[in-house]
Design a protein around this ligand. Sequence first.
Ligand code: ATP
Length: 466
Amino acid sequence: MSQEIWTDVLAYVRKNISEVEYHTWFAPVRLIGVEQGALVLGVRNSFAQEWFRKHYLELLEDALRSLGAEQPQVSFQVLPAAQDALMLPDPPPAPPPVPSNPRSTQRSVPNLPVPPPNLNPKYIFENFVVGPNNNLAHAAALAVAESPGKAYNPLFIYGDVGLGKTHLMHAVGHYMTERYPGKRVEYVSTESFTNDLINAIRDDKMTQFRNRYRSVDLLLVDDIQFLAGKERTQEEFFHTFNALYESHKQIILSSDRPPREIQTLEGRLRSRFEWGLITDIQSPEYETRVAILKMNAEHNRINIPQDVLELIARQVTANIRELEGAMMRVVAFASLNNVPFSRAVAAKALSHVFTPIEIKVEMKDVLRTVAARYNLAAELVRGAGRMREVVVPRQIAMYLIRDLTSHSLPEIGAFFGRDHSTVMHAISKVTDNLGKDAELTLVIDHLKRQLSGLDDLENDMQDSHF
Ligand SMILES: Nc1ncnc2c1ncn2[C@@H]1O[C@H](COP(=O)(O)OP(=O)(O)OP(=O)(O)O)[C@@H](O)[C@H]1O
């Protein structure tokens, strides 16, 4: 996760300084991690350390603020020389989205496994959650992947932004390159196709252009609606389409609308787009959104409780890219503010972007927050253990549940697998000690604020040393 935060920070920094400055100062920086809410960066020498403190600290803090850090903290460590040398070859941390047009020299060698073309490695079928909103598009994509050029040609996938059209197209590309090494797959956005065409005309390289697009086994063209109004590009695409279609090569097109709604598209192209199968992707319903978040969290190896994922899924409804962004925002917020995941934390993290939601504290929120405070597993606090290390947190959790929720003593007892008299005993024990034990008083106060709204997160962080 720290890597995602760092990637976002770098993107922010890059937007705010010149490219030269960025490459001089930020390219050699290594992320050490996020420790207790602070972003720890490794720099090459003490001069760089000083330079960063003087010139870039504020910018880095702003970047963290933009990710939700209430009290951004950045520290710099000088990397040991060997480590620096070792770390230098690291790939740059911010992978660009999908390059528009890299060419592989190996592609022209026949029968060699072709490296995956410019496809996003994350966009594979295994990572695609199927729900009622996209099952037809998914089934069609799978059918095409299994019998390219035969099942449906072209396959035309349409839907609003950020709903998985590109993901499905790439998945077919990956599937094909894995299954049939040597097959050529080309993914291109309509914009890149247009630019390539313009360059080819300008540089008198139309033969190369045509060879490139007409010799593929699978052509994936994103955002085909942008062909509208571009007559020369339409003309060229028409011939590319025919050449591929006639030699039974597969074509997959994506668009934000069905062919008949693309204005100023030549009739002959429109009718060709309708020859195969037209399928749409709708916005995902709640269960699919939760499943997508769950898969994403697992993919990034982040352990986010189900109820927090559910809260995020309720908040973001229309667009999966935004849904993923919201989850990352919550993760960054929790990690930069050094607080455990809870619905209150998620609500707070998203409050700047979405309509704030009011959170009712639930028993499991309390249990989790208390357990995190004592560095214990929640189930240990809830369990039957009688060691003082777990008994005190358990009593505190019972006390806080009684205080912050409307659950009755028997309900609290049932949650902990005990009877109501145990709960009563725990509550009176904590109440008795509250006035006498200053540290306990502070801890309870801190936990209460953390659980109810987090308006005082800044103070929480200052207190977090106890
Ligand atoms: N069903 C799904 N399961 C898992 N992840 C998904 C699913 N649908 C979309 N995503 C993820 O959502 C993000 C946006 O998807 P994608 O880029 O494919 O959308 P798109 O429809 O092509 O959007 P645009 O029209 O803006 O290009 C990606 O990270 C993708 O992996």
